[in-house]
Design a protein around this ligand. Structure first.
Ligand code: FES
Length: 108
């Protein structure tokens, strides 16, 4: 049986008034495909990456104050805020591809 941890999930809030999160999720999916990172090879095992939209992540300040969306990378727990569709390439390339947190978007 596969462990739930073999999947990396990007939960993107879509509860903003303009639902920018939907566009962020779409952009992330496009980038994953474009950069060939729908599956990641980490520590000798393959992990699938899934993008999922969700309701409020209780980080509303971020969604309401800026033009972007909040998202959480599960299971590791990194939280990003004010993410816009144009940030998708960096999150996929730097965070998922190179294992580096995108500091300019990080919340904590
Ligand atoms: S509205 Fe996006 S986290 Fe609450």
């Amino acid at each position: 049986m596969k462990s739930a941890d073999s999947v990396i999930r990007l939960f993107v809030c879509t509860a903003q008034k303009d639902e920018v999160g939907k566009d962020v999720a779409k952009a992330l999916k496009i980038e994953l495909k474009k950069q060939g990172l729908k599956k990641l090879l980490t520590g000798g095992s393959t992990r699938k990456v899934r993008v999922q939209t969700c309701n409020c992540l209780d980080l509303c300040k971020q969604c309401k104050k800026g033009p972007g969306a909040a998202l959480i990378i599960h299971p590791e727990g990194t939280v990003y805020g004010n993410v816009r569709p144009r940030d998708a390439a960096d999150i996929v390339h730097e965070h998922l591809g190179e294992g580096r947190v995108v500091e300019r978007l990080r919340l904590d």
